[in-house]
Design a protein around this ligand. Structure first.
Ligand SMILES: [Zn+2]
Length: 306
């Protein structure tokens, strides 16, 4: 998606997901037999890359990796060509790399700045979908094995009377730029447990069962930082399939400047002016992860000026 002029990593892309084809097994088989069809091999959440980036196989090598694959999933159409992903996780890393004719296995997030938007989006999509297949091998209701169908977008329980349909799960999280009341404009950044001493980022948390996203914003800000917020406003969202996230960006306004961190998830939190953030940028520090939505939440806020 776009926030201002920024295109957030791992979403968008030119792929047509062509959902209607998933339920047409004959068509899926036909696409797999088409020499123009592209196959993206992955190994345990990693892309397989050569010097040009993630490998995209066709023809004989595509057939080879499919034969060795745990799952083959239909990702969509890139123009007229179908794109599938295959999972080589059952192999050793070296065997997977060699079979794919690649040079090494690497997480798509380590390729930030080197992959174009389309490649990052399709690799993240493939990573998330194949991860789900590896985690959903059995039915959670009756324990029977579940088998893939629908082009790899559903698994069906094989327990006779159960037969439950299992769909990929998305786990939404809210990520929030909290502004202080009054002026000058200030935003709340926190140091998270486990992060480095000078890593300040926006606050975030998972949406719980029975909550709206706005409820989750209000609860998380109160729990983690002792801040009551109003004016919760949607800013944009970002696919984050690492392994199953959806980051939903908000802005909110605190009713007071008082901050009290929980000491568990957050070690410290304080208000930053735009001048302070500009100083951090000028000294070479980034505002959050450059591929993540908080970088854009902060960048957009900073650009607004006081
Ligand atoms: Zn079942």
């Amino acid at each position: 998606m776009r926030m201002g002029e920024a295109v957030l990593a791992y979403g968008g892309g030119r792929l047509d997901r062509a959902g209607a084809l998933r339920t047409d097994p004959a068509r899926i088989e036909g696409l797999l037999a088409d020499p123009a069809t592209a196959v993206l091999p992955l190994w345990r959440d990693h892309c397989l890359v050569d010097s040009d980036g993630p490998v995209r196989l066709t023809g004989h090598r595509a057939s080879l990796v499919r034969a060795a694959s745990g799952e083959t999933v239909f990702l969509g159409l890139d123009g007229d060509a179908a794109v599938f992903a295959v999972d080589l996780s059952a192999l050793t890393e070296q065997s997977a790399v060699e079979m794919a004719g690649a040079a090494r296995a690497v997480d798509v997030r380590a390729l930030v700045g080197r992959l174009d938007t389309d490649d990052a989006a399709v690799q993240a999509y493939a990573r998330g979908l194949l991860h789900w297949h590896r985690q959903q091998r059995y039915c959670g209701t009756c324990g029977a094995p579940a088998v893939a169908g629908g082009g790899g977008h559903v698994r069906t329980c094989t327990g006779g009377e159960c037969g439950r349909l299992l769909f990929p799960r998305i786990e939404p999280a809210v990520i929030v730029l909290v502004e202080a009341p009054g002026s000058p404009g200030r935003c709340l950044l926190a140091r998270h447990a486990g992060a480095s001493e000078d890593a300040w980022s926006t606050l975030a948390g998972f949406v719980e069962v029975g909550e709206s996203m706005e409820d989750a914003v209000r609860r998380e800000m109160a729990e983690e930082a002792g801040v009551t917020v109003t004016d919760v406003t949607y800013q944009g969202s970002q696919a984050w399939p690492f392994p199953a996230g959806l980051m939903v960006g908000f802005r909110a306004t605190a009713t007071s400047e008082e901050v009290r961190v929980d000491g568990e998830e957050l070690l410290a939190a304080r208000w930053f002016t735009r001048a302070e953030l500009r100083e951090r940028v000028a000294s070479g520090r980034t505002l959050g992860r450059v591929d993540a939505i908080d970088h854009h939440l902060l960048g957009t806020w900073l650009a607004e000026g006081d």
